[in-house]
Write a protein that binds this ligand. Structure first.
Ligand SMILES: [Zn+2]
Length: 361
């Protein structure tokens, strides 16, 4: 039998030291919708606590002692006034579920969150995050990640470290592209990207479950390749290809990939032991590039580093969305011959947008 203490809706303004001492055997503590502004240092007494449920309080700060709750598996801090989190949160080594949603002032997460190696679910909707918290990508067990209603524009390449990720929800952000690195997440089932007004392309055959987009007027002076011109109903629109693609330059204008790219591909075929042995002899940036390819070729699944061939297609029966809104799919290929294979085998419900066939023959 679990020892549960239910004090939801009880008007509590604080937890006294005596309360903590007296209830140290409690395993589940429910404190929804009270008026707690913080937690006492004596919270460390609750060494048996598995579940701490604190939604809809007025908590703006947590004590470092929260890190003492070594058995904690579920922590719900949603709908509070948190401005920061203590680094000690990384010491909750058994935490499986962390809910921080609706803490509108929270704009930064401590790096130590990456230490939560058992974390399965992380929810942080309605925060004030301007960039994707990269440290989350160190939470290797993570299956479900919700960052809805923030202000995030790019997904970092470190996302590939989340090998167990099944659900990614980033609705209502400022995404302009979805990384091709998402293709490497073999367990991903659903990606929700509704209501990202600047998003209108995504990697080919990515399992995007919910799409919602709208046009934004792009700047005229934006990088020509980053924002590719496409024609849509006689109207020119600018398509953002995403930051991992745009680092390539204009690969479609070259008949074969750059020499540097080919060198990377040859080296990446060596065993990791050979690569490691080069670590001290190469400039750091070069070594990092060499050990973290940008994407895989859609056709042959070969690795791609800094140079590839971009194809843009569109579904002729768009699954999509409302009225005038259209979503494009971007394809990365390793070589011109893979581009040709891809185009020749293109399913009939897809139409080629870029490159025009003339350009590649
Ligand atoms: Zn290929």
């Amino acid at each position: 039998m679990e020892v549960v203490l239910q004090l939801n809706y009880s008007g509590l303004t604080q937890l006294s030291a005596d309360f903590c001492q007296y209830n140290r055997h409690i395993e589940r503590l429910y404190l929804k919708r009270n008026k707690l502004k913080t937690l006492p240092k004596d919270i460390r007494c609750f060494c048996n606590l598995i579940d701490l449920y604190l939604p809809a309080n007025e908590i703006h700060k947590l004590p470092d002692e929260i890190g003492c709750l070594k058995n904690l598996r579920y922590l719900d801090l949603s709908s509070n006034f948190l401005k920061s989190l203590p680094a000690s949160i990384g010491q909750l080594s058994n935490l499986e579920k962390l809910n921080l949603s609706i803490n509108n002032f929270l704009s930064i997460l401590p790096n130590e969150i990456g230490q939560l190696q058992k974390l399965l679910t992380f929810e942080a909707a309605y925060l004030n995050l301007k960039i994707f918290p990269k440290q989350l990508c160190d939470c290797k067990s993570l299956q479900k990640l919700c960052l809805d209603r923030n202000f995030i524009s790019f997904i970092p390449k470190e996302i590939v470290k989340l090998k167990n990720l099944q659900d990614l929800s980033m609705c209502g952000n400022s995404l302009v592209s979805l990384s091709h690195n998402l293709m490497k997440l073999k367990n991903i089932r659903d990606i929700y990207v509704d209501q990202n007004p600047a998003l209108f392309s995504y990697p080919y055959k990515l399992p995007v479950t919910h799409l919602g987009c709208g046009r934004i007027e792009s700047e005229d002076n934006c990088d020509e390749f980053c924002y590719m011109d496409v024609e849509e109903n006689g109207q020119k629109v600018k398509l953002c290809l995403g930051d991992d693609v745009t680092s390539f330059g204009h690969p479609v204008l070259r008949p074969i990939p750059q020499l540097l790219e080919l060198c990377f591909r040859v080296l990446s075929n060596y065993s990791s032991v050979v690569l490691e042995s080069l670590k001290d002899q190469l400039p750091k940036e070069l070594f990092i590039t060499l050990t973290s390819q940008t994407s895989l070729c859609t056709v042959c699944e070969g690795v791609i580093f800094v140079d590839g061939f971009v194809v843009v297609v569109i579904k002729t029966d768009p699954l999509v969305i409302s009225d005038d809104k259209v979503m494009y799919e971007t394809v990365l290929c390793c070589s011109k011959s893979c581009v040709e294979t891809f185009i020749n085998d293109l399913p009939s419900h897809y139409r080629l947008i870029y490159p025009k066939l003339l350009e590649i023959t």
